[in-house]
Design a binder for this molecule. Structure first.
Ligand SMILES: Nc1ncnc2[nH]cnc12
Ligand SMILES: [Zn+2]
Length: 353
């Protein structure tokens, strides 16, 4: 579809990305050069780490979320200085801009860095510089979401949450949301009730990965016990029609990541991502890249893959992009601006594809 009118239409849509782990934008090439610069020894006993090419090849055969996460955490150990984090995020924002992203709500995993002696403020300094640059040079509005690693003890997560520098980043508005990610089973949302209660008390926005590999009960638990207003992935929702009805009527947005779901074997093919079922049930969702350096594509590749599998009409694409704008955590004025831009793009493409 390279250079095709449909790809160009999808590129022109004013897209909001809500599910991208900045550490998941670390390509094998950058990983190897950062490891050399920072004197980080990559595993010697895994053939995959022989070269960037062999690592990329290994990424083609992930067997599960945990198989991927093993490589993801090793990869990010190459990130050390604030400028490493800034360059990583800036590289993502440039790709996002080229793909037509106008607003990006991005995740980062501080515990994976503080656990190896990198200061929280080093991570924040790098990422906030890149966010400011994206706003200034690319016109992308941004929001940072601090994710907690659910495979770690909840008390460790609370400890980081209460850290002085972390609290400062929340109270100053530098970080505006929290999320929950990493190995999904057997770490259900209810383990993190206290963390989310405290985050809610600070006025932070709340989201959590749920229903990626684990059943729909993880989604209902995240809604009920954590008070999240958004669900990351959430594809297992279609296995619980009553819950799906509730999610649709409450306009809770799912941040769906089609290429990720295939690469991590949550589904067999893109056609098995429940896009049509979600549309038919009136569930709001956005389409996202998750970890673009690991899953073979940025946001536009995900849009294209969905189009190839489901042949959405212009009206359906308009409703998907509108849901993404309306479900974003930016201010009302920015939403209005993006909705007007969407109207112009749709008027321009109506009848052309
Ligand atoms: N797809 C995913 N699920 C859970 N945790 C993640 N961290 C990075 N990508 C993730
Ligand atoms: Zn994710």
């Amino acid at each position: 579809m390279a250079g095709s009118p449909v790809r160009e239409f999808l590129r022109c849509l004013p897209k909001c990305e809500h599910h991208i782990h900045l550490e998941g934008a670390l390509t094998p090439d950058v990983l190897f050069s950062l490891a050399a610069k920072n004197n980080i020894t990559l595993p010697q006993d895994d053939e995959a780490f022989k070269s960037p090419a062999s690592l990329l090849e290994r990424y083609q055969s992930f067997t599960s979320l945990d198989d991927f996460l093993h490589y993801y955490y090793i990869g990010m150990s190459a990130l050390v200085t604030a400028s490493d984090f800034e360059d990583l995020a800036w590289d993502y924002f440039q790709h996002a801009s080229a793909d037509g992203v106008v607003h990006a709500e991005v995740f980062f995993d501080p515990q994976a860095h503080t656990a190896r002696g990198i200061k929280y403020n080093t991570v924040i300094e790098g990422f906030t510089h890149a966010c400011k640059r994206a706003e200034k040079e690319l016109g992308i509005t941004t929001l940072l979401t601090c994710c907690f690693l659910r495979h770690l003890p909840p008390k460790d997560c609370l400890e980081l949450f209460e850290d002085e520098d972390v609290q400062k980043s929340y109270k100053s508005g530098v970080v505006q949301a929290i999320g929950l990610d990493s190995s999904e089973k057997p770490f259900p949302p209810e383990n993190f009730t206290e963390l989310y209660r405290k985050a809610n008390a600070l006025g932070l926005k709340l989201t959590a990965h749920a229903g990626e590999e684990a059943p729909a009960s993880y989604i209902s638990s995240a809604l009920r016990n954590l008070g999240v207003t958004r669900i990351d992935h959430g594809i297992q929702l279609v296995n619980d029609p009553e819950l799906m009805h509730k999610v649709a009527s409450e306009k809770t947005m799912l941040t769906v990541c089609p290429l990720s779901n295939v690469v991590l074997r949550c589904v067999d093919t893109i056609k098995d991502v429940p896009i049509r079922k979600l549309l038919d049930a009136g569930v709001q969702f956005s389409i996202n890249s998750d970890d673009p350096a690991y899953f073979g594509g940025y946001i536009l590749d995900n849009y294209v893959a969905v189009h190839e599998a489901f042949a959405l009409s212009v009206k359906e694409w308009e409703s998907v992009v509108r849901a993404g704008i309306e479900g974003s955590w930016c201010g009302a004025a920015r939403k209005e601006q993006l909705l007007r831009r969407l109207n112009r793009v749709i008027a321009n493409w109506e009848g052309k594809i």
